[in-house]
Design a protein around this ligand. Structure first.
Ligand SMILES: [Zn+2]
Length: 108
């Protein structure tokens, strides 16, 4: 992780962010975003049941919901299944949009 300066407003932010958190300026080229969707798909496949991929794209609310369900899912079968199915659906949506990653990274 490297800190970069926003070209629009000059704010310093992490290069793992998709866009500048202050003004929303997107520094990333599409090639970089395509790499990010691979990371997203790997996270969804392996850690999706606890919502890690939601945090990765900045959907923290959904991430927390999945984290709670996924954690409870270790003990209770129903929330565990809901969380796994949710992650699987996100994975399939990710695969379908692999050539249009902005759909996933911009839809908050
Ligand atoms: Zn900015």
């Amino acid at each position: 992780m490297v800190m970069i300066y926003c070209r629009e407003c000059g704010k310093k932010y992490s290069d793992t962010a998709v866009a500048c958190p202050k003004c929303g300026y997107r520094e990333k080229s599409d090639i970089k975003v395509e790499n990010n969707i691979i990371v997203y798909l790997v996270l969804t496949w392996f850690l999706g049941f606890v919502g890690i991929h939601k945090f990765y794209v900045g959907k923290n609310g959904q991430g927390i919901a999945m984290l709670i369900m996924g954690t409870i899912g270790w003990f209770l079968i129903i929330p565990g299944i809901v969380s796994c199915v949710w992650a699987l659906v996100d994975f399939i949506i990710g695969i379908c949009n692999i050539k249009k990653p902005n759909k996933i990274f911009n839809s908050k």
